[in-house]
Design a protein around this ligand. Structure first.
Ligand code: ADP
Length: 450
């Protein structure tokens, strides 16, 4: 409640609520948070606001001054708390305040400081929303508080106050833009440095894998040679027990040799050392060769494999050995991830692809377990395998037979080295309903080929 006294042309204003409160506190000697509340004489508030809100009419300035309440805050006191209702605007008379944003984890982000003559708190007031930041006194500070209603009253009729608020808000927005851009650039630099560190670590790891695979492959090749000689030895041939043992050694050593070869293939693909020796080749013939190699596995697993439209494809240009490896990996995967009795279909056609021109497209479709959406891109990463590694069985063509997780990385590297594209499609992974997978390869056609 406000009571105005007009005495001899002098307008004295008292804040009645404050006076009553102060009286009670004086009588009872009470100390409370309201101790920092004191009315400002109209002259002081007027004199203070006049230069800050230059251009405002005398009446408007007087109305604001009349509504102003002076508050004192010790250093560290919270003046506005984030989330509170925006019920007033503040002007710093002396001292300074800091504006901070609080995060859910309790941490704070410093936004800016304001000093004498600067207003704060007008944003929430205009938006009719809660406070979006906390304002704290940095040092003992004196603040003028003007309640929402009188401030909006004057704002409603004074374009000059509107301009003041607008200039202030745009200034603050541009300052916060600059700050965000600065922080973003700093984060970018940190990210770039972290990326460089990661790239160095990745290279060290790749080098280590490559050197190890290379060093290990040589003795394994020798071991394989000796094991095969043992397998052929008349003593082993005659003794069924010995023959079974030597066969086991040969099979396992071959597998080990294949793994080291795959690791070296991937290393070469990643480092760009892979040489593509181009010559004409037929996709149909390549896939027939693959089919021939896995004939036994298809029979064992009661899988059918059908080649569709491959004979009609034009002759392509590429590295026949690498292209064989590519389709061998893809068909082998189709066998591994399709339960017994399933179907594998390889469909070829020519297509026009944006950015690549005329291409041969080969799709390898299976009726297997499929691939989960979250894995569909990751499976092309080297050493990436879906599901529990320990649950994989170890046969190369057995259902869910384990591998080192390199087949698709090699396949992708070969396709990229030929300037093509490869991707996987699947409705999802389900071992019960077997939704199947589809791997698509597009290889650009060399138009100079007959
Ligand atoms: P791996 O040696 O494990 O077979 P790959 O790089 O060939 O490695 O394949 C990576 C992963 O992609 C596999 O572990 C498997 O989860 C998934 N995958 C590949 N081909 C198929 C397919 N035809 N059907 C379902 N999943 C597949």
């Amino acid at each position: 409640m406000y009571i105005d006294f007009n005495l001899a042309g002098l307008e004295l204003t008292f804040l009645c609520d404050w006076a009553i409160l102060h009286l009670i506190q004086t009588i009872f000697g009470m100390e409370s948070a309201m101790d920092n509340l004191a009315p400002v004489s109209q002259v002081d508030a007027l004199e203070f606001l006049r230069p800050i809100l230059s251009g405002l009419s005398k009446e408007d300035l007087e109305e604001l001054a009349l509504a102003a309440v002076e508050l004192s805050y010790p250093a560290g006191a919270v003046i506005i708390r984030e989330g509170d209702e925006g019920d007033a605007v503040y002007f710093i008379v002396d001292g300074s305040v800091e504006v901070v944003k609080q995060y859910a984890d309790g941490s704070e982000r410093f936004l800016h400081t304001s000093g004498p003559g600067e207003p704060f708190g007008e944003m929430a007031l205009l938006q009719e929303g809660g406070r979006t930041a906390t304002v704290r006194a940095v040092e003992p500070s004196t603040i003028l508080r003007i309640d929402r209603d009188p401030f909006l009253n004057v704002l409603g009729r004074s374009p000059s106050l509107g301009v003041h608020v607008l200039v202030r808000l745009t200034g603050r927005l541009s300052h916060s833009d600059q700050q965000s851009i600065k922080e973003l650039s700093e984060r970018n630099v940190e990210l770039a440095e972290a990326n460089q560190r990661l790239a160095r670590l990745d290279k060290t790891k790749s080098d280590f894998i490559q050197v190890s695979a290379h060093e290990l492959r040589t003795p394994v090749a020798a071991l394989l040679g000796y094991a095969q000689m043992m397998e052929q030895h008349p003593k082993a041939q005659k003794d069924p027990g010995l023959r079974a043992l030597t066969e086991g050694v040969v099979t396992s050593t071959k597998r080990l040799h294949r793994v080291f070869n795959s690791i070296l293939d991937v290393s070469r693909l990643v480092s760009g050392d892979l040489e593509v020796l181009r010559s004409p080749f037929s996709i149909g013939v390549t896939l027939e060769a693959v089919q021939l190699r896995i004939e036994k596995a298809l029979e064992e697993r009661q899988l059918t494999m059908e080649l569709v439209g491959l004979d009609a494809l034009p002759i392509c240009s590429g590295d026949p050995d690498l292209i064989y490896k590519l389709f061998d990996h893809l068909v082998n995967n189709a066998i591994k991830y399709t339960p017994d009795g399933g179907r594998i279909t390889v469909i070829g056609r020519t297509v026009e692809v944006d950015g690549l021109g005329p291409c041969v497209e080969v799709a390898i479709e299976d009726t297997g377990i499929g691939i989960a959406p979250q894995d569909i891109d990751l499976i092309f990463e080297k050493f990436y395998r879906t599901g529990e590694v320990a649950l994989h069985s170890s046969g190369t063509t057995k259902f869910k037979g384990g591998g080192p997780g390199l087949g698709l990385a090699i396949a992708q590297g070969i396709v990229l080295a030929h300037g093509g594209r490869i991707w996987a499609e699947s409705p999802g992974c389900d071992e019960e309903s077997c939704p199947g997978s589809r791997f698509v390869v597009q290889l650009p056609l060399d138009t100079s080929m007959p």
